[in-house]
Design a binder for this molecule. Structure first.
Ligand code: ADP
Length: 444
């Protein structure tokens, strides 16, 4: 109990005592002390009841309490109540001001921000960019279904994915030349935040970069072919003193040609969303080709082993898949010292959705890759060791190509590696890509 509450309590007791004593005194003068005491006690009780009633009235009225100046305990209760109400009001005002500031900040964001009710998919709130980017109207579209309001966007199936909904790219409903990137952020159990951003400029720059690389590579192709052709015509045996120089020139021109071819492959893959030539890829033939390539590259320096326990084929583009797999096999040979082992395995496995998936993995007992490099090795021209990559004839694009090819097949590249022990590169395909293996006569 605080000191002011204690003194109010003592004052109340004193007041009650004084009233009863006054009654007793008056009663004694009148010769009826008991009656006087009873009347005094009744007055004190009545007064207390009246004060308590006033207090209850204040509490239940919901009005702001006035600071009571009465010195008794009820007065103290009213004073405490007044202090609490004042601080609650101040806090509420601060919160409302903060909320307004947040709304004002959100409303001027260049991205469209829409608060959507999870259950009903109705619009609760949206900012100004919701109008400029998506054409939502204030206030008519509040409480409207977002799916019905924006029929041009494939929102129904996307919202149905809920927390698993990844970013969605779609054409703008207002401008056919613009592209929007939509993200769904579930921030509470009942509300979702839908953020839409205009990514047209970003996509345009990306396209410019792709076109530039494709054009440069294309333009370099012809001069390189000419140079390569002339170099091939020069016989080092005729000019023995020029032999080392000629060999180096031939090696470098082969490397440049390979680099240009890889860059062209990459731009071709990047500009494609769907594969044009989806067909059943006979995996027995693919594995045999990979074995032959590994043996040719290894020149007997490695032990090469191929396992085919899956016994199924793959649905996809044979040329692209072969290019991805052979890059992994070539890397395994190039980054494994002589005497090492390389295993190519084609095995069934559970896919991410629990279906009957399949994986092709290439395991080597080579140099391995330090863990810090693993997240970046599929980037273009990223090399763990520049000298080792160049010495072994690498262009720095093999894994980037493999990753793109797999993405076009909705597949995933997984890399596990230990320095000095070896690496496993595995390509994981979902059940939708698995096809039963055709009898031999059909595949021939
Ligand atoms: P590169 O043409 O340089 O081999 P890649 O894109 O194929 O380019 O590979 C990127 C880098 O990843 C390589 O430079 C190499 O450092 C590393 N790497 C790839 N495969 C292996 C492997 N099997 N063992 C060790 N390192 C590897």
């Amino acid at each position: 109990m605080t000191s002011s509450a204690r003194s109010a309590w003592l004052r109340t007791l004193g007041l009650v005592g004084a009233t009863v004593a006054a009654g007793l005194l008056c009663g004694a003068i009148a010769g009826r002390p008991s009656l006087g005491t009873a009347i005094g006690a009744l007055v004190a009780l009545g007064w207390q009841a009246w004060r308590t009633r006033t207090l209850v009235e204040h509490l239940t009225s919901g009005r702001h309490a006035r600071p009571d100046v009465s010195p008794d305990i009820q007065g103290e209760i009213e004073r405490v109540l007044h202090r609490r109400q004042t601080s609650t009001r101040l806090r509420k005002r601060r919160l409302v001001a903060m909320l307004r500031a947040y709304r004002a900040a959100a409303s001027v964001l260049p991205d469209a921000v829409i608060v959507v009710e999870r259950e009903t998919q109705r619009i609760v709130w949206f900012n100004e960019a919701g109008t400029t980017l998506l054409g939502l109207r204030y206030p008519t579209d509040l409480q409207a279904s977002i799916v019905a309001r924006l029929p041009a966007l494939p929102l129904a199936s996307w919202l149905a994915r809920g927390r698993r909904a990844g970013p969605l790219e779609a054409g703008s409903p207002l401008d056919s030349t613009a592209t929007l990137s939509l993200r769904l952020l579930p921030y509470s159990d009942d509300l979702w935040l839908l953020v839409a951003r205009d990514v047209s400029r970003l996509l345009q720059l990306e396209q410019m970069r792709r076109d530039f690389v494709a054009n440069v590579s294309h333009e370099l192709r012809t001069p390189l072919t000419v140079l390569h052709g002339y170099l091939d015509m020069l016989d080092p045996a005729e000019q023995p003193e020029w032999a080392p120089m000629l060999e180096e020139m031939q090696r470098q021109s082969t490397r440049m040609t390979q680099l240009v071819e890889d860059l062209l492959t990459l731009s071709r893959l990047e500009s494609r969303v769907d594969l044009p030539t989806d067909e059943t890829v006979p995996m027995a033939g693919m594995l045999a080709a990979l074995r032959r390539e590994a043996q040719a590259l290894s020149q007997g320096r490695h032990e090469i082993d191929v396992g085919d326990s899956a016994g199924v084929d793959l649905h996809g583009s044979p040329k692209e898949l072969h290019s991805a797999f052979s890059n992994l096999v070539a890397n395994a040979v190039r980054y494994t010292p002589a005497g090492g082992r390389i295993r190519i395995a084609w095995e069934r496995e559970r896919d991410a959705d629990g279906g009957e998936g399949v994986a092709l993995s290439v395991t080597d007992t080579g140099y391995g890759i330090p863990a810090a490099h693993l997240p970046r090795i599929t980037e273009r021209f990223y090399r763990v060791s520049n000298s080792r990559s160049r010495e072994s004839g690498g262009t720095g694009l093999g894994l980037a190509i493999a990753k793109h090819v797999l993405a076009l097949h909705q597949a995933r590249l997984d890399v596990r590696s230990d320095v000095g022990v070896g690496s496993t590169f595995s390509c994981h395909f979902g059940a939708a890509r698995v096809r039963p293996r055709l009898p031999l006569e059909h595949t021939a």
